[in-house]
Design a protein around this ligand. Sequence first.
Ligand code: GCU
Length: 413
Amino acid sequence: MKATIALLAFLTVGLASVAAREPKEYDRDVNYDEARLPKYDLPPLLVTPEGKKITSPEEWHQVRRPQILALFSNLIYGKVPQPAAAIEQSYEVVKTDPEFMEGKATRKDVKIRFSNDRGEVEMHFLVFVPNQAEKPVPAFLKHSFNNTQSKDFDASAIRPGKLRNGWPLGDFFDRGYGFCAVYQQDLVGHNETEFLKGIHKLFYPEGQSFPKAHEWGVLSAVAWGAMRAMDYLETDDDIDATRIAIMGHSKMGKATLWTAAQDERIALAISAQSGCAGAAIWRRKSGETLKKMVTRFPYWLCRNAWKFVEQEDDLPVDQHMLLACIAPRPVYVHSSIDDTWADSRGEYLSAYHASEVYRLLGKKGLENEASPEPGEPIIESDVGYHTREGGHSIDPYDWERFLDFADYHLKND
Ligand code: GCU
């Protein structure tokens, strides 16, 4: 008996220490080995479900793009429903500071308010306008993890030319860009599972208290918020709303692509290491997969997406089609070699395959199926790309390439 207890104790301690050395559950069985990836066929971009070939820009815009957007809306990110009662939307510049970063820029704190008889929700939008540049200025619109009302943007967070979090705002101002930030959690929680507070409640008809299977998850709500920020920018005389480059990193890169795909007012999109549900191809199942994502973040997408867990080949779309919906507007994808969780190769392939639509629309896409080497950015193309050494972050090298891409496309035309 004693021996059994001792053996049990030994086994328990032994197993516990093995468990401690194991990767976390979500990181187990991750397939990073290119040779072991599944074989797959991508759904065709330029053939409708009825088998009709799309051969002209008109057919793309009138037939195929709306089909693809509806599929992403209903099966992946979730559709924004009609609100139960009309939503009133208003803007108020609650604070203006013309001395931001030693007088380089004017900071405006803008309150965007939504209300109807179900309640009221506010977004706190930040707009920085370079003081020296000729107005209206082109601007970057960043989907931000940093709370726009927090100390991250206070005077105490300012370092020479940048913010404490590394955003090189001084470079943007020097190159004549405004910089705007919309905070991801103003309308919905980071890993929301209830949807009782926030923006959703304004949309529920009597008797509904949770999104339906095809209705908006977290990423769709974040994207909707950025579109409302675009509504405000169209009213701001300092900003040229026809020259907005939207950008975001990681989860915010996913939101960026979904925002830009839907909102044709956005002139250019930059996906920084957006990975799964961003630029990466679902069917490769490399790094983070649909299963891993919906296990940890069940409502970033809509519930319909759950049906495709380990059945990615049944999806009528893949992420190259999301990038294609941004065409002919320039799109830039940034990866890095060690960011295997985001599947850099899959991100590149998406951009490469989306290029088919750019070419149909008379634009320049990626020509080479092989990914470029780190440090060989592709800027002078409507589908741009770079990868670099290193991991999951936006580094100074990346910020500079984003600005180069925007300069090339937003200042040359
Ligand atoms: C997690 C998640 C990714 C996401 C990332 C981020 O790692 O699995 O999908 O991109 O967080 O947003 O930083």
